[in-house]
Design a protein around this ligand. Structure first.
Ligand SMILES: O=C(O)CCC(=O)C(=O)O
Ligand SMILES: [Fe+2]
Length: 205
């Protein structure tokens, strides 16, 4: 990644968010600006190792629902359990871990435990949503960053269901419908590995 100077208005946001300590004392040095008109979104994806372990997002203009998904399992579901969802995310008991488990790799994220049944359709894999209100800051870390996928549905209104984990904190009743307006998101991240421009341009220091 080739560094450029952030414009002063973005630097102010980057510094403010970094001062919360969410990047472990480092400063955000990467900002992605996305605009979503009603009906637009982003397909379920993972952000990958480049920005690991923290992504932060400021929402402006409109709310949105950020949906979280279990990754697609590479395993076949057990006989008769195709597409079965375990209520409340409960899992059948796993066999006990080996006495000295191998060290957990930083990236790629570890596979889901093999005792988890395969959830294959997108609706089955969608287990949680967060209502992102205008002027809110989302800090995404740990499993929510590295294990699960996230996305924004391509719809122009959002229904508040029991999957919206922060609905009551946001004062939203179950069953409410929120119309989307144009939303601009500022996704601020810290990228540890940036190139030195002088190297790119072949200049000697
Ligand atoms: O706009 C957002 O809130 C999410 C954007 C996102 O997930 C991404 O750019 O990777
Ligand atoms: Fe993302």
């Amino acid at each position: 990644m080739v560094p450029e100077i952030l414009p002063p208005w973005l630097r102010a946001y980057a510094d403010r968010v970094s001062s919360l300590g969410v990047f472990g004392g480092r400063r955000a040095n990467h900002v992605l600006v996305n605009e979503y008109c009603p009906g637009e979104g982003i397909l379920p994806h993972e952000d990958g190792p480049l920005y690991f372990p923290t992504v932060t997002t400021i929402s402006l203009g409109s709310h949105t629902l950020l949906d979280f998904y279990h990754p697609v399992s590479k395993e076949q579901p057990p006989e008769g359990q195709e597409g079965k969802v375990i209520p409340g995310g409960a899992r059948p008991p796993c066999s006990p871990p080996p006495s000295s488990p191998p060290p957990t790799p930083r990236w790629p994220r570890p596979e889901a435990p093999s005792c988890e049944p395969a959830l294959q359709t997108e609706e089955q894999r969608h287990f949680l949503s967060l209502l992102l209100k205008p002027r809110s800051l989302l800090v995404l870390q740990e499993d929510m960053y590295s294990r699960y996928l996230h996305g924004i549905r391509l719809v122009s209104e959002d229904m508040i269901t029991e999957k919206v984990a922060n609905a009551s904190m946001c004062g939203c009743a179950l069953g409410a419908t929120l119309d989307r307006r144009t939303r601009v998101s500022l996704t601020l991240r810290h990228v540890p590995k940036v190139l030195k421009t002088s190297i790119i341009l072949g200049r000697k220091k």
